[in-house]
Design a protein around this ligand. Structure first.
Ligand code: 13P
Ligand code: SF4
Length: 300
């Protein structure tokens, strides 16, 4: 039996569901029951009936699934698959900011720890951040932790005062305006799609600013035949799979999220076999964080 067959057999035996983010390696994406962006994965994890969820992604995503489905067992196959962006803000720092701006609501990007979500009023993802900030019933917002997504939101919601935490994603921060201008010259007929975690000057010069699921949907319906993609290189696999008649290129050289690539087929098999590494969160954290996550779904 090869490793893929082993995984499928274990999955059936344990009545497990495998979820994978769009940045996972192609072999994992192809084996998963559902592949999506952060918002789709959050919504999907809530709907699942199976008792066991194996989350191929990074820790904050598996934690989000646990918060939304606390009675299910949620596993993260690669123990150290974290998100450096999520680590840029600590609970004490957020508490200090809240104390300084008591009239503001805290809107936290899902790329945060469960503890930060528990201290937030509402969460958002890259695909709904603008809508969430527009719809919160206050004029002042503390937006954490991504400065580039925060700037994108501030540009699109000028009627609100937004205090932006200065965290960033080291993968998306690598895309430059020079790369974008060179790509435009080389492929003038191609559309440029970038993730809102890219630097503001890159976002301003792109044709479309989209979450990973937004890129997939856009590529399918666009009349363009070629696309330059400013996000983690794992995206190209799904874009090519879903729009096989179109061409996709990374913006500049390919950029890789090391943590997203930590999940291998071996780790997925061992995770299923040994039911490791289980996401374990305090009940109080789950209760508070789920209010912020459920509100996100209410505000979009
Ligand atoms: P999406 O929600 O667009 O999938 O983004 C998640 C992420 O980690 C981007 O770096
Ligand atoms: Fe975190 Fe950036 Fe990796 Fe997304 S691509 S998981 S934001 S480090």
């Amino acid at each position: 039996m090869n490793i893929k067959e082993e995984i499928l057999k274990l999955k059936e035996m344990k009545k497990a569901v495998i979820l994978a983010h769009n940045y996972q390696i192609p072999e994992i994406q192809d084996l998963a029951d559902f592949v999506g962006d952060s918002l789709e994965l959050s919504k999907h994890s809530k709907k699942i009936n199976a008792p066991l969820i194996v989350f191929c992604g990074v820790r904050f995503m598996a934690e989000t699934a646990k918060i939304l489905s606390p009675r299910k067992k949620v596993l993260l196959p690669a123990l150290d698959a974290g998100c450096p962006l999520a680590d840029t803000i600590l609970p004490d720092q957020l508490l200090a900011l809240r104390a300084k701006h008591p009239d503001a609501w805290v809107v936290s990007y899902v790329n945060t720890s469960a503890q930060i979500k528990a201290l937030s009023d509402v969460c958002c993802t890259s695909s709904n951040a603008v809508a969430v900030v527009k719809n919160v019933p206050v004029k002042k917002v503390i937006f954490v932790p991504d400065k580039n997504l925060g700037n994108w939101v501030a540009k699109n919601v000028p009627e609100k005062e937004i205090i932006i935490w200065q965290g960033f994603c080291y993968v998306h921060e690598q895309f430059t305006l020079e790369e974008l201008e060179r790509a435009k010259k080389r492929l003038p007929d191609a559309e440029i799609l970038v993730h809102p975690e890219c630097r503001s000057e890159v976002v301003e010069h792109a044709d479309f600013v989209l979450s990973t699921a937004g890129m997939l949907a856009h590529a399918k319906k666009s009349s363009a035949k070629r696309f330059i993609v400013g996000t983690e290189e794992g995206m190209l696999h799904k874009l090519k799979k879903e729009s096989p008649d179109k061409e996709f290129y990374s913006l500049g050289c390919a950029k890789t999220c090391v943590n997203m690539k930590k999940t291998t087929l071996r780790q997925l098999r061992d995770s299923l076999a040994k039911e490791r590494y289980e996401i374990d969160l305090e009940k109080e954290i789950i209760a508070k964080a789920s209010v912020a996550l459920e509100r996100m779904i209410e505000y979009i």
